[in-house]
Design a protein around this ligand. Structure first.
Ligand code: ADP
Ligand code: UDP
Length: 239
């Protein structure tokens, strides 16, 4: 399988066609950004780390009955996935309050959220990813009622599987964001699950080990990602 035409360049990944129209190649770059692309920098090895991190998580989710777009690792920084018709909706589940929830509701970071909360955001950098709801999604046609239900159900299933995985490694999965796309009439989990799109804290020290290290200029960003990968039992190829 080889890189064909470049189909899309995002802030952190590039999507290429392959010789099979039902599959695309994702190249995870080292680029990292905050403020919806306002600040962009390169972090050495981030592409390789996130590609392999995502492959590990997506395979685990598949073993737990959650369908994903992941097909195979092609190289340290490239994967082959099913070509999905992506919905512009982001699904966020939170087990503990952080980030925009604290800013919006004035609650303390780390507040336990029981049951876990669910939010939809619209993927739109210019509008800074506004929060949306089921009604807006249906009316504006970003997904059907049935698709909304499927995304919500699968996102909570992902939370059940991953909360336990992280807890068993002495880590807290505070929150995460997922994206879905259509394939053969179903909503399938796409994009990535990596420390770029979730919040992971050490259960004892509450040390941040995710993209907040970059957002809050704490340093040791990829070191945090690697620590999580190793504690979850991954062997990363960073050669
Ligand atoms: P962004 O678009 O937010 O800057 P990325 O750099 O992560 O983000 O770009 C990856 C893009 O590829 C995203 O727009 C995402 O929705 C899209 N994508 C992810 N998985 C698939 C897939 N399986 N098929 C088609 N597009 C995908
Ligand atoms: N998130 C993401 N991409 C986005 C927005 C949010 O991956 O465009 C992730 C983010 O990393 C966090 C979760 O979704 O794990 C919730 O993000 P939040 O709404 O708190 O926004 P933030 O303060 O991170 O911008």
């Amino acid at each position: 399988m080889q890189r064909g035409k470049l189909l899309y360049t995002g802030k952190a990944k590039s999507i290429y066609a392959t010789d099979d129209p039902s599959l695309v190649l994702i190249h995870y770059r080292d680029d990292t950004s905050v403020g919806d692309g306002a600040r962009i920098e390169q972090l050495e090895n981030k592409g390789k780390i996130n590609n392999q991190f995502n492959a590990f998580i997506m395979q685990l989710l598949q073993e737990n009955g959650i369908e994903t777009h992941f097909v195979e690792l092609l190289s340290a920084e490239e994967s082959i996935v099913k070509h999905l018709d992506m919905s512009p909706v982001e699904c966020v589940v939170r087990n503990l309050a952080a980030g925009s929830m604290c800013r919006r509701l004035g609650v303390e970071e780390g507040l336990k959220l029981e049951p876990a909360t669910f939010e939809f955001f619209l993927k739109n950098d210019e509008l800074h990813d506004p929060m949306i709801n089921d009604s807006l999604i249906e009316t504006f046609g970003w997904a059907s009622k049935q698709e909304v239900a499927e995304m919500k159900e699968q996102t909570f299933k992902v939370n059940d599987v991953l909360k336990k995985l992280f807890a068993d490694a002495g880590l807290i999965l505070a929150d995460f964001k997922l994206e879905f796309g259509r394939s053969e009439g179903k909503m399938v989990l796409g994009d990535e699950f990596s420390p770029d799109g979730c919040r992971i804290w050490d259960a004892k020290t509450l040390k941040k080990l995710d993209k907040d290290r970059y957002r809050q200029q704490l340093g040791g960003v990829t070191e945090g990602y690697i620590e999580v990968a190793e504690r979850l039992g991954m062997t990363l190829d960073l050669s």
